[in-house]
Ligand binder design. Sequence first.
Ligand code: ADP
Ligand code: TRP
Length: 370
Amino acid sequence: METEAAHGVWPTNRKDETPGVADTNAGENAKTPETAEKPPSRILSGIQPTGRLHIGNYFGMMEPAIRLQDEGDAFYFIADYHALTTVHDPATMRENVAGVATDFLSAGLDPSKATFFRQSDVPEVAELSWFLSTVCPIGFLERAHSFKDKTARGIDATHGLFAYPVLMAADILVYDSNIVPVGKDQKQHLEITRDLAGKFNDRFGDGVFTIPEPRIAETGSTASVPGLDGQKMSKSYNNTLELFEEEKKTRKKIMKIVTDATAMEDPKPTEESTLLDYYRLFASDDEVAEMIASFKAGGTGYGHYKQQVFEKLWERFAPMRERREKLLADPDYVEDILRTGAKRARRLAQATLARVREATGIAGHPISLR
Ligand code: ADP
Ligand code: TRP
């Protein structure tokens, strides 16, 4: 892509496009000859365009996904069909999709390594969702936490929201994904995906679907990043530290983090401290140990610690802000990346759908209008 070189944002070393390795790979079920090299693991994840990305999204999903793009054939997408369950304004949808695309690229998703695309540019995924729904027991969906949580927060209890996990399973299975990096709150969705793949394979033949493995940080500072109010950080709770917000606003938000009323000279509790939780995300082990020691010693006010947290955060995202400036200046370039990614993704999805149609006895060859 000549635009890449022109931008100087990424090197132009797009890896293999060899048909038969990347495009028709069916994961562990691929009928690769014994002699052929083992295809790289397919890594897949998605993120909904429901608002501005925050540091919970970054540490829970984006950063692990960006690290994994060096270890396999990575596929990352913007889940706009999913977002339609909560975003009902077309202008907002378009703005969110463009925003998430730009911000994920700014954060380090490298389109010369990973295939990056918009979910709805591969409509086969909606078709696969139907196939999967015919093996999905209602009970799986009735037990899904996310449906219960979202409806409890007032989101319309539509069939789309109810069937959300089935579409997510289709996202994963349609690309023969092996590894799915997500945050802890997506664990149940991955279990449903594995169950649906197993049920489908039992009914229509082993080897239709590859069974994916979740890659989830269960413990540690990134497993569930707390929001400014101490609850889970979430786009829908109005408690986020955004990845790319103005300096002043970010500083103000950090200064407003609720702390206890310990006086400046007294030792401060180190358990359940949102400030320490944030510092752990950005600072080295030694720096964290130093802050903990200072908490215990007393004599320093929370304002000082907040300032330290802000500085570390700001420093960490500085290179990304720079890349973002360049990308914001050229939205066509970002759109071009998504379209290029979708072409590659769609070839794979069509191969899976052909296999599924064949296995189920549903018309093998959709008519062509050309
Ligand atoms: P949100 O709750 O902000 O709408 P999404 O549901 O779009 O976030 O999640 C996108 C990805 O980010 C998922 O993989 C999810 O697990 C991860 N994620 C979201 N919030 C957090 C958090 N507070 N801590 C860790 N990971 C998170
Ligand atoms: N449900 C995910 C979330 O809310 C987004 C998503 C949709 C996804 N399809 C996916 C994540 C497939 C991983 C794989 O964050």
